[in-house]
Design a protein around this ligand. Structure first.
Ligand code: CO6
Length: 440
């Protein structure tokens, strides 16, 4: 039987796994190229995956709701319509030995054979990323030790930080290579990080219990992880944005007429942020262990509230290279796609900084949580008219001005108050210096 393995596709640069949320086919179904096979959900985005081949589905290896690593065989398709009588082992060996057509499938990836993954799977249900396996190998972490590490990733997956924390705590007793044992003083093993257990919640007779959906759980996990990973501090500035409000009021209709897109304040905020990030590269960075990675691209994520109450952060790539028209069009396109569940996985990846507009709910100020692995996030409050003291050549006057608060949460591991404060002030300066006569 000529067979073809349908594998979990890699839906984005940093995506290592996905959840099968729906199968559109079952074993025994005849399928044609481009027929939808299954729906997969990765970090907040759902995609439908079509078949790259014609054939008959002979085996489905994972049920709905399974979290599966990229490259795993999800289903087997018989290309000549023959159905194997025997079970998986034979099917697998045939799939490996029989050439598929040699043609790279366009929609799903071919199976990758990774001996160590296969070996570990014989003993374990857990998936270890290549990075974790490399660290384990280098540090002589046995398979049993690896299995004992508590994972903080989705579905309890062991992440780099988990194995690094384990290595830090494992002390001198573990089976380290001799040279490493000598070079490290035999420090007493640090106590394992205490896992916080939430207090039990009592449910009364009239209370309603609502199950969190998958996205809600992901957001919850991400928020907890972010607070654990980086010590957040928040600084606040007030900006007088009268000129830019007047500019927008004056040009709103003409802008829409000329470019077919509505301009709000968000593209202007984004423009100011992108310019400031280009001037302060340390804020446009990530922390990797003891290293700071200064990102080349300025990719600004925008928190978008979805109609279902969830939140998603599409990314305006290379924001510093776009003009106001380009930023407006990209923001509107991404916000629209986000609200309609039409974002591609790549469109929520690669962010180097995030803006969250609390002003959308009429809030004046907020202390946002950093979107890891970034190191800072800006919250923009509502623009309001306020009485303000202005210094004029003929003395101080009280005038009605448009003002807003900008608050920046930043990772105090690498951004100190002076840097965070200067960066935030620079954003405010860009907004305050907006040219009221700017041409559209
Ligand atoms: N001030 C004054 N007026 C505002 C402001 C502020 N800050 N923000 C929006 N608006 C106005 C805007 O100009 C529009 O006015 P008109 O053009 O005169 O009609 C109007 O409000 C509606 O704006 P809209 O929301 O449609 O578009 P906008 O481009 O401003 O925002 C968006 C796009 C995608 C950011 C927004 O639709 C949205 O989803 N906002 C919610 C973001 C959110 O949920 N943030 C909290 C996330 S939780 O971040 C979080 C880390 C944790 C804490």
């Amino acid at each position: 039987m000529a067979s073809f393995n349908i594998v979990m596709p890699k839906l984005g640069e940093s995506i290592q796994e996905g959840t099968i949320t729906k199968w559109f086919v079952k074993e025994g179904d005849t399928i044609e190229e481009d027929d939808m096979l299954f729906e997969v959900a990765t970090d907040k985005v759902d995609s439908e995956i079509p078949s790259p081949v014609d054939g008959v589905i002979t085996k489905i290896n994972y049920e709905e709701d399974s979290l599966v690593a990229v490259g795993e065989v999800l289903a087997v398709v018989s290309l000549d319509g023959e159905v194997e009588e025997t079970e998986s082992e034979e099917t697998e060996s045939k799939a490996e030995t029989e050439p598929t057509t040699g043609e790279a499938p366009a929609k799903a990836e071919t199976e990758t054979t990774d001996a160590s993954v296969d070996d570990s799977r014989k003993l374990s249900n857990r998936f270890y990323s290549p990075l974790v396996k490399t660290i384990a190998k280098e540090e002589n972490v046995s398979f049993d030790e690896l299995e004992s590490i508590e994972g903080s990733g989705v579905g309890g997956r062991v992440q780099k930080k988990d194995i690094m924390a384990y290595l830090e705590n494992r002390g001198s007793s573990a089976a380290q290579p001799e040279a490493k044992k000598e070079s490290k003083p035999a420090a007493p093993a640090a106590p394992a990080v205490e896992k916080k257990v939430a207090p039990p919640v009592s449910v009364g007779a009239g209370d309603t219990v609502v199950e969190m959906d998958r996205v809600r759980k992901l957001i919850a996990d991400h928020m907890v992880m972010s607070k654990q990973v980086s010590p957040h501090v928040t600084s606040v500035v007030e900006a007088d944005v009268t000129e830019l409000v007047m500019w927008r009021n004056k040009n709103k209709e003409a802008f829409q007429k000329k470019y077919g897109d509505k301009i709000t304040f968000m593209p202007i905020f984004t423009e100011a942020v992108a310019a400031a990030l280009a001037e302060f590269p340390m804020v446009n960075s990530s922390v990797d262990g003891d290293k700071i990675i200064l990102k080349k691209d300025v990719n600004v994520g925008i928190a978008v509230a979805k109609p279902d109450g969830n939140l998603i952060v599409p990314v305006i790539k290379n924001a510093e290279q776009r003009n106001l028209v380009g930023l407006t069009k990209e923001l509107n396109r991404l916000a629209d796609a986000a609200r309609n569940n039409k974002l591609d996985p790549a469109e929520i990846q690669g962010g180097t900084f995030t803006i969250t507009n609390f002003g959308s709910f009429g809030n004046i100020i907020g202390t946002p949580i950093i979107n890891q692995p970034q190191v800072a996030i800006l919250a923009t409050g509502i623009i309001e008219k306020k009485p303000a003291v202005l210094e004029t050549p003929s003395g101080d006057v009280i005038a009605i001005r448009h003002k807003m608060y900008l608050s920046l949460s930043y990772d105090h591991r690498i951004v100190d108050g002076a840097l965070g404060g200067a960066f935030l002030r620079r954003i405010a300066d860009h907004l305050e210096q907006f040219d009221i006569n700017r041409a559209i």
